[in-house]
Design a protein around this ligand. Structure first.
Ligand SMILES: Cc1cc2nc3c(=O)[nH]c(=O)nc-3n(C[C@H](O)[C@H](O)[C@H](O)COP(=O)(O)OP(=O)(O)OC[C@H]3O[C@@H](n4cnc5c(N)ncnc54)[C@H](O)[C@@H]3O)c2cc1C
Length: 389
């Protein structure tokens, strides 16, 4: 396998990979590792690792899997192509991009997107504090992130107390929706082992905000997966009056859940059981259909309203994928706002035919109108760009 990068993660992960790979080649843009010598030393001492300094990836090629990798020495320009028709792996550990686009308009970030704070973690805006890897700092580790957070929280508490004194306004806390006594009684009687207390509190918060009631049409057949989907949704519906289930026996379409509002299909559906990392995105999907839903900028809303042709978005995910929910939530939000867009999510583990059809090597994978395929996470703007590409 190849590892691309020359920092802490590249060094550490390369050594880890030698447990499984027969050989690891590190392609490093600079002449030396940028991490501490103590971290780089085990790499040089490991006979299963080759380090190629001053080396950059030019391209990777392959169809169902990687077959060719071309890299170049950035000192003399010499290109080398590695080929293996049985496939090989490339692991990229080449820098990070802070996920701070949601505060971009506040002008509190530097040119690389890291949030600028003072020594108390306060940004240039009163009442806004930042902590952890998103901040400018020399060491991004759990211990510094936790320290930042502790400091930010205590400083914020002081700020709130000072504002309370100054304005006389006391902070208010919204209470999560309490289920009706009948539902509560029913829920007590039934097994509620599916959701942890964290999930339950998340659910009650969302359900309390939902405006319109929803109907979930659940397509089932006589198999374990359909049973799992049905019991999952039954338990969900027991927590709120705003969700009603309708079970439909359908050998072809099961396991599937479709979201309906006011008797109409919302365009949102999940094929499989929306658990794992897709739990939150499924709940957000319900919230976005029911309303008011997550806020959307004016320009994105206009672009969604301008879609006037039927557009199908199939999103192929795995429940253990941490990048998939971002794409799922964004694509579902578009569908919830447009009568022309349908967003259907597939747990790829249960749909090998789709995996083969679209040559899916990684998730998330998005297929537009059963034709255009793209990989990786995207926000709403990027999805709209891809639809119109
Ligand atoms: C490969 C690797 C190995 C590492 N090894 C170590 C190690 O051995 N020891 C160590 O101490 N540190 C290690 N680190 C670093 C450590 O993981 C980070 O420093 C630490 O997790 C930072 O914590 P954080 O809370 O700032 O960010 P994160 O842990 O990244 O948490 C940020 C959270 O915010 C969420 N989020 C992002 N955008 C939004 C949004 N708009 N709204 C709501 N939520 C959002 C993300 O999904 C994420 O859950 C490693 C990092 C990597 C990548």
């Amino acid at each position: 396998v190849f590892v691309v990068g020359g920092g802490f993660a590249a060094a550490e992960e390369s050594v880890f990979l030698t447990k499984y790979a027969t050989h690891v080649t590190i392609l490093m843009r600079k002449s030396e590792f940028s991490c501490a010598k103590a971290v780089a030393q085990p790499v040089y001492e490991n006979e299963k690792i080759t380090v190629l300094p001053n080396t950059e990836v030019v391209k990777v090629e392959g169809r169902d899997f990687l077959e060719k990798l071309t890299y170049k020495n950035n000192q003399n320009g010499k290109e080398t192509t590695f080929k293996d028709t049985h496939g090989f792996g490339v692991f990229v550990f080449a820098g990070y991009e802070p996920a701070t686009s949601f505060v971009k308009e506040l002008n509190i970030t530097d040119e690389r997107g890291y949030i600028v704070t003072d020594r108390t973690q306060k940004t240039s805006i009163d009442g806004i504090y930042a902590a952890g890897d998103v901040c400018i700092k020399p060491l991004r580790q759990v211990v510094t992130a936790v320290g930042d957070a502790g400091l930010a929280a205590t400083e914020l508490e002081k700020y709130v107390a000072a504002m309370e004194k100054k304005t006389g306004i006391k902070p208010t806390f919204s209470q999560p929706e309490k289920p009706s006594p009948a539902k509560e009684e029913q829920a007590k009687k039934q097994d509620s082992s599916l959701f942890t207390s964290d999930m339950l509190s998340q659910l009650h918060t969302v359900f309390s905000k939902m405006e319109a009631p929803l109907v979930l049409k659940v397509y089932t057949k006589n198999d374990a997966l359909s049973n799992e989907l049905l019991s999952y949704l039954l338990e969900l519906s027991r927590l709120t009056d705003k969700i009603t289930l309708e079970e439909i026996k359908d050998e072809q379409r099961a396991p599937l859940v479709e979201i309906y509002k006011n008797g109409e299909y919302s365009g949102l559906a999940f094929h499989g059981v929306p658990g794992g990392h897709e739990f939150t995105s499924f709940i957000l999907g319900l919230y976005n259909v029911s309303g008011p839903g997550q806020s959307v900028s004016e320009d994105v809303l206009t672009r969604i309203e301008n879609i006037k042709t039927q557009t199908s978005l199939q999103i192929l995910v795995s429940l253990s994928c941490t990048m998939c929910p971002d794409l799922v939530v964004a694509a579902q939000r578009i569908a919830s706002l447009s009568p022309y867009v349908c967003t259907e999510i597939y747990d790829i583990n249960h749909f090998p035919d789709l995996k083969d059809k679209y040559h899916v090597m990684s998730v998330p994978c998005m297929v537009v109108n059963e034709d255009k395929v793209s990989f990786g996470k995207k926000n709403m703007k990027e999805i709209l760009d891809f639809i119109h590409k």
